[in-house]
Design a protein around this ligand. Sequence first.
Ligand SMILES: *Cc1c(COP(=O)(O)O)cnc(C)c1O
Ligand code: SF4
Length: 470
Amino acid sequence: MTSPDMDLQRLDYAGVQVPAAIRPAADTADLRHRELRDGEWWREIPAWSDVDAATFVDHRWQAKHSVTSLKRLLRTIEGVVSDEFFADVERGFRLAPMSVRVSPYVLSLIDWSSPWDDPLRRQFIPVASKLLPDHPKLDFDSLHEQADAPTPGLTHRYADKALFLPLDTCPVYCRFCTRSYAIGLDTEGVEKVALRPNKDRWRAAFAYVASRPELEDIVISGGDAYNLRPDWIREIGHTLLDMANIRRLRYATKGIAIMPQKVITDDDWLDAITEVTERGRRIGKEVVIHTHFNTAREITEHSRLAADRLMERGITVRNQSVLIKGVNDTVDEMTLLVKRLSYINVHPYYVYMHDMVKGVEDLRTTLATGIHLEKTVRGTTAGFNTPTFVCDAPGGGGKRAIHSFEHYERETGVSVFSAPSVKPGWFLYFDPLHTLPASGRERWADSTQHEVIVSEAIEAAESRSEYLHP
Ligand SMILES: *Cc1c(COP(=O)(O)O)cnc(C)c1O
Ligand code: SF4
C-alpha cells in the first residue's frame, strides 16, 4: 500500500533501501500534535493589533493586561463578538461563584467566531445560557480538604504526602476550580476561606510537616506557585528541603499552560525554582513542577519555548488535566492533548474526573466517558506518557483509578469507590443528571428517592466487594 502522503515516508535512508512496512504509513492527521501555533496570532484581536512579539511575550505585559472584570473584557473583545454573546457573558458573570481573571494569552487563543463552543471560553468565561442546575448531592469543598487540614492550608490525607497551600491567588481563575472555597476574591453569595500568604500560617504548616516522620512528599499548590514571589519560592523550598523526612517536592502551577511567557521572560522567578531544584538534586531530593494543560490548543510555540527552557535547566514537568465536557471529552482531543504534551516533554500524569463543584454542571462528564477515553488513549504512546484517569472521590477518599469502581449504576449515574489505604467507607461520585436516561432523571427528580438511590448503590458495591475480596 502506498502512503497517502509520500513526504512522510522515506524510501531510502543513508543509501540503504528501507525494508517493507508492516504498519500502514502515518497519515498527516496523525502528526497534528507537532503543529504548534506560531506567529503573531494575538493581533487578530483589534485591541492588540499593534502588540509586537517582544511585548506579548513580556510576562509583565501579560499580567498587566489580564482581564479581571466584565468591563475590561468588553473593552478587549469589542467588535469581535455579537451583542447576544455579550449579554450572555454579562449574565454569566453575575451568576458565577468564582472570581474572574483571564490572561491575554488565553483570550488570544479563543476562537471568537464561535465563542459559545470554544474550549478555552468554556474553561474561563461563564455564559448564563449554558448553566445547568447543580446535582442534588453536590457539596461545597466536596473533597473535604478543609476537614483533613490539621492547620489552615495544609491537607494531610494520605500517609506519606501532604498538600500545602501557601497562598490563594492564581494568574487565572478557572470556572471548574476544586478550591473555589478558597481561591480568588469573595463573589456574590460565596465567602471564601482566606489562605493569604501569611508567614505565621506557613510556620505552623512547616512545624506540622517536620513533626510527622512519615511525610516525604509535599505538593506546594494554592492558589498557584506562579504567584509566589521568588524569595517565597526559595523560603518554602529550602525550609522543606532542610527537613530530613522530606524527599520530594512539587510546585504546582497552571501558569505554564496559561501564561508560558513568564517562564520565557521572568528570569527571577525561574532562577528561584531552578535554585531549589538544583539544591534538591545535589542532596538527593526530587523537585519538579506540576502543571495543568487541558487542551492541545493551549500548547503553542510559546509553550514549547517555555518547556524547552525548563528542560534545559533539568526541571521535570508533569501535567494534570481535568476532563471537561466540550473541552477534552472526545477521543480525538484527548489523544491530541496527550501526544502534544509528550512532544514538548511535559509528562501527562493525571486526567481527573471533574470535581463536584457548584455552578459548573455544564462542564462535567460521566465516569463512562472517562473510562472510554482511557481505553482509547492507552496504546497511542509511551506508557510513561499515558495519564492515569482518576476520580478524586468526594468525601476525602482521595484519587481512585476510575476503572477501580466497586459498582457503577448507569441509570442513576452513581459510582462507588473504596480507598483501603486512605479512609474506611464508601466514596460516591455522581454523573451529571442531564446525561442520565429518562428513568434515572425521574428518580432523581423525586427527593424522597435520593437516599434510596445511594443505599442501593452501596449495597450493590458491598455484595460485589464480598465476591471480589472474600
Ligand atoms: C492530590 C493530592 C496529593 C498528591 O497526590 P498524588 O496522587 O501523589 O499526585 C496529596 N495530597 C492531597 C490532599 C491531594 O489532593
Ligand atoms: S489555577 Fe488551579 S487553583 Fe487556580 S483557579 Fe485554576 S484550577 Fe483553581
